[in-house]
Ligand binder design. Structure first.
Ligand SMILES: NC(=O)c1ccc[n+]([C@@H]2O[C@H](COP(=O)([O-])OP(=O)(O)OC[C@H]3O[C@@H](n4cnc5c(N)ncnc54)[C@H](O)[C@@H]3O)[C@@H](O)[C@H]2O)c1
Length: 512
């Protein structure tokens, strides 16, 4: 019986047979030869995830001054049951990610169909023909205890496997550009030794061919400016030797708008890797600060969102103060401080910790419990309470549910035996919470709810009219605004309709 990989839209794709893999190898060979004859450099991107697939399309879209494509890209994705579907989907010219950025479907159609400079494959043979391999596979941190990120660690085994695969297949002069967010020290202490070992096994002289490894981290934001956040954004990079740095500089200059967004070269890959995790730790700490102050503001009758707006007027020093909300989710801010903290001991063998960064992860991870505290101010017992959660992705206007604060919220509500209904206009199926059915319509979600939690600030929710919402609910209820999208006018309308309203950081409601 053949195994099927199932795409999020339910389409089933059979995993490739041995014969299909043989045919695919011949196809890669032919395509590579044709592309080389056109003078194009061959790039393989390892991992067709949120970052890798769009990065692959951006590389495939790059042209020289005459408008001729510079690169041909093999997007490599393992043929696992979970992810293989991405290969046939990409080869139809369709992105394997959903996004509010219209440029995402455009760039896939353009590179796969029109220019024919991007093609996905499951074969490692893509690495054998590549001049450059861009690494965009995931690397997770494990947090074994909720609210205690100091215990967090990073299991490098899958990442090492990925690097071993490259060491077994790449040509000696192929450059590996690591974009995966890695613990500081990874390129020098993990990637380089693995590649050297595999090269030696293959009889490659590593004196003559020292591995070429660079690091340049992604700052991609998979929202409304998904493509632009890769192409039109500042990049930091470095390499393990001068040649790696030179190739990386040239490559990044060819694919990104480095005229308007100049590159920053750091002295070593340790520095570039540290830069990424420090950057995200800064963001995580910034949010943790506002979350902490939001709780105080609620107790003393202050609207922290207005305070924040006032502080942000100090342009140049305070204008990036982030906002309090249900909590912090997504793949990066929830793990990157942990990668840094873990690396100090595990990679550098130092007795050096990062308590501020780690503490911020704890504040952020546990913040959804605060919304439950707000509900408990009105209801002693949550058992059988009908709670509508609006928004399950980790950020407004996108479909990514990884480490979403709504996940923590609903898990804890379930522990209290509340009856939760969840809705999200961007999410049909919630892979991390398979037991939660995403409601198709707002009226179904809201009907008879005792509590409505505006969890994520999707535009669709911001536009809702309080009178219509109360109509859909059919009774007076408790409204909790986690993302500051209820204006004071709308709050008044809910209050006038007999509802109670509470909000994260919105202490002023008590006085309204
Ligand atoms: N998502 C973001 O917004 C974002 C932003 C900046 C940086 N990053 C970093 O970029 C990296 C990738 O993140 P992502 O969100 O794209 O992850 P992802 O989980 O969406 O994608 C990873 C992909 O790599 C594939 N893969 C894993 N091992 C492989 C292997 N050995 N060979 C081929 N394919 C393999 C997986 O099947 C998956 O498709 C992470 O380190 C992340 O921290 C992510």
């Amino acid at each position: 019986m053949q195994d099927f990989s199932i795409a999020p839209n339910g389409e089933e794709y059979p995993l490739p047979t041995e014969q299909e893999s043989k045919d695919e190898l011949t196809r890669i060979k032919e395509i590579t030869e044709q592309q080389r004859a056109k003078g194009r450099t061959i790039v393989a991107v390892q991992g067709m995830g949120f970052v890798g697939c769009v990065m692959a399309a951006v590389v495939a879209d790059a042209t020289d001054e005459q408008g001729e494509p510079l690169y041909f890209v093999h997007g490599q994705q393992r043929a696992s049951l979970r992810s293989y579907w991405k290969v046939p989907i990409i080869n139809k010219g369709i992105p394997p990610v959903s996004s509010s950025d219209k440029e995402v479907p455009e760039i896939f159609r353009r590179t796969v169909k029109d220019k024919q400079t991007l093609r996905a494959t499951w074969l490692n043979y893509a690495y054998e023909v590549a001049d450059i391999v861009v690494v965009d596979i995931q690397l997770d941190a494990t947090k074994p205890a909720f609210g205690d990120a100091a215990q967090g660690y990073c299991d490098l085994s899958a990442f090492r496997d990925g690097m071993r695969t490259l060491g077994k297949h790449i040509q000696p002069e192929c450059m590996i550009l690591v974009e995966t967010t890695v613990p500081p020290g990874t390129c020098e202490h993990v990637v380089k030794p693995i590649i050297e070992k595999e090269f030696k096994k293959r009889g490659i002289d590593t004196e003559k061919y020292p591995p070429l490894i660079a690091h340049s981290y992604e700052r991609v934001m998979p929202g409304a400016n998904y493509v632009s956040s890769i192409r039109n954004f500042w990049r930091v990079f470095s390499g393990v030797n001068q040649k790696s740095k030179d190739i990386a500089r040239q490559f990044l200059s060819n694919i990104l708008d480095t005229e308007n967004y100049p590159l920053t070269e750091l002295g070593s890959t340790n520095a570039s890797e540290l830069s990424k995790v420090m950057e995200n730790s800064y963001r995580a700490t910034n949010i943790a600060l506002t979350l902490e102050w939001a709780k105080c503001a609620e107790k003393i009758g202050v609207d922290l969102h207005k305070v924040r707006a006032a502080i942000r007027k100090r342009k140049g020093t305070h204008d990036n103060l982030l906002r309090p909300s249900l909590g912090v989710g997504g793949y990066c801010l929830t793990k990157d401080p942990v990668l840094a903290n873990w690396a100090m001991d595990a990679i550098f063998e130092l007795d050096q910790e990062l308590p501020i960064a780690i503490n911020s992860v704890d504040v952020n991870d546990t913040m959804p419990l605060h919304t439950i505290e707000l509900i408990k101010e009105e209801f002693d017992d949550l058992k059988d309470l009908k709670i509508a959660v609006l928004g399950v992705s980790y950020l407004e206007n996108l479909a990514d549910t990884r480490h979403s604060p709504s996940e923590t919220l609903i898990k804890f509500l379930n522990e209290e035996w509340a009856l939760v209904k969840a809705h999200d206009p961007y999410v049909e199926y919630w892979p991390e919470m398979e037991n939660v059915t995403i409601q198709k319509t707002l009226p179904d979600t809201l009907a008879e709810a005792d509590v409505v939690i505006f969890a994520v600030g999707h535009d669709e929710y911001i536009e809702l009219d309080p009178i219509e919402v109360v109509d859909m609910i059919g009774k007076e209820t408790l409204i909790v605004d986690c993302s500051n999208f209820l204006t004071d006018d709308k709050i008044k309308q809910y209050l006038e309709a007999g509802c109670k309203v509470k909000g994260v950081g919105k202490g002023h409601i008590e006085k309204m």
